[in-house]
Design a protein around this ligand. Sequence first.
Ligand code: NAD
Length: 493
Amino acid sequence: MTTLDPIPLWIDGRPVDARSGRTFATENPATGKPLATVQEAGPEDVDAAVAAARAAFPAWSRMTGTERGRILHRAAQILRERNDSIAHLEVLDTGKPISEALAVDVASGADCLEFFAGVAPAIAGEHIDLGSSGGGGAFAYTRREPLGVCVGIGAWNYPIQIACWKAAPALACGNTMVFKPSETTPVTALELARALAEAGAPAGVFNIVQGAAETGRALVEHPDVAKVSLTGSVPTGKRAMAAAAGTLKHVTMELGGKSPLLVFEDADIENAVSAALNANFYTQGEICSNGTRVFLQRRIRDAFVDAMMPRIQRMRVGHPLDPETTIGALISKRHMEKVLGYVESGLKEGAKLLCGGARVTDGACADGWFVAPTVFEAPDDGLAIVREEIFGPVMTLLVFDDEDEAVARANATEFGLAAGLFTRDLARAHRVAARLEAGTVWINDYNLTPIEMPFGGVKQSGLGRENGLAAIEHYTQRKSVFVQLGDVATPFT
Ligand code: NAD
């Protein structure tokens, strides 16, 4: 795929070759064939990107929010105009079905740019009256100031969306950014850089470096970086947070999960099944918030399984560029082997396999990393497939008897990214939502992440929030300014 070669860095408003002289290669997960050669940022490239972002910061942060918002808005329009070509690149890079990428990946990134374009002019401090009983009076105000150079580090499942989810709020608040996509999916971040540049973002406001953990570490440890927002696994998040502590950087950590979906016996079964399928098989299961532990109240277990199985049979595992495909390729051979390893462990530990459980190599799937949609039923919550994040098309059903039991079992995990519940009982819905330990709870739906709603984890699933007005908290800092209108009080006469 020579059209993608060689992927440059993007520093100070233009594509540049890595000073390191090093490159790395990526592959198309659907074919196992080489996809792109990517220039790898070394320490001198990281320095150059951070320096460009630092140099751009004063002018960018002094612009009005309206001016910054206008640029973000234009960038969103450019992404929307290029939706189909960027979606195509995203499919080559990730292996996800084109039907999803055309509808969701670019559009959700553009939504984010539009949301924060609108928010930018409204970012403001507050006025605090401090009374005037002592004479002249005093007041304080707070300024909401940007942090400086922010680093964004992405995962490989939603590359362009993640880049936008980090860049849009950071830039709206007046920060500048150095973004590092996952080394597995380096292609589409450049499309965001181009769109921002064409929309009028000054050179250095948004920069891209390419590379893996070593490049990520150099960014996180860089003394001129004020904040790190990382999307990735829990172990990576812990390492990055520990490194960021060296210079006490702000952090947002969007990490992994093992989220529960509770289906009570009064639920609308067809809708609960729809949600469970979305919660486990969209993007072939490679979604952080997936509801992979599906708890069914005993009385509806059979009805749920009977309604779900024919719908799984109708799923189409196939080439990601085929518009009929609903299950694409997993990101890499190694990841596919990890997912299949969990299937093996589930069987060994006594789970019952209801469907799937194997690699698919028919027809167009011959050379890629495809796994059939898989459903287990587990006898208890101790199995590895119930406790650990698999990040593939593997759902586990678990049966429960009452609400207290369901909530206790749902919460018995170190993760806390998301949760869902299905019931027609309004009181129960809100009671259970309040008791679930998760950053997001969906009632009678699953995995919707509208840009207006804050998103992030509790417990070991993360810190901070992306999206919604909440993100502004994480890309600004408050300065308190005290103003004395009268005389200075002092005992030192
Ligand atoms: P990963 O943890 O392997 O890598 C994430 C990113 O961190 C990559 O860009 C990687 O190069 C970088 N990195 C690795 N080591 C680093 C270090 N020491 N310092 C700085 N950066 C470093 O994750 P992945 O395999 O790319 O993605 C899958 C994981 O991401 C899953 O656990 C999934 O749940 C999680 N995820 C979370 C969210 C969310 O919003 N909560 C969204 C998508 C994915």
